[in-house]
Design a protein around this ligand. Sequence first.
Ligand code: ZN
Length: 132
Amino acid sequence: MEKQCARCGHVMHLYLRKLVYMNHTQIEHVPIYRCCYCEHHELVEQVKEDLKQCLQRLHTSKEERAISFAEHSAFTRMMLKNRTSGKPFTVDEWLDLYLLVKSLGDTRWLRQIVKALQRRQTEKCEESFTID
Ligand SMILES: [Zn+2]
């Protein structure tokens, strides 16, 4: 499955990514389109409703855990056959996630992402100021 990148017009491919929800829950296997040229990410339209419902359920439980989005989405179960592994998020990816979550209207999660982004930026500054 492919689609055209809204940002640069290149081809976007489908990936399964790990999202960290509210710093305590890892949601594995979330289908995302990723542009091979400009790294733009987009949540797959078909799973938006599934993810919303999944997040609503997570709101009610506070314990730390990891879930697979495949439990909540038939589309994702289908996709798992072509899985690619997730890496830790870069700042760009956090920004993409921010846009993604914004489109879902989850303001609590948005605040968490902003905090994570600020943390990343602080770490970066400290790195660049370390001189021996
Ligand atoms: Zn692009």
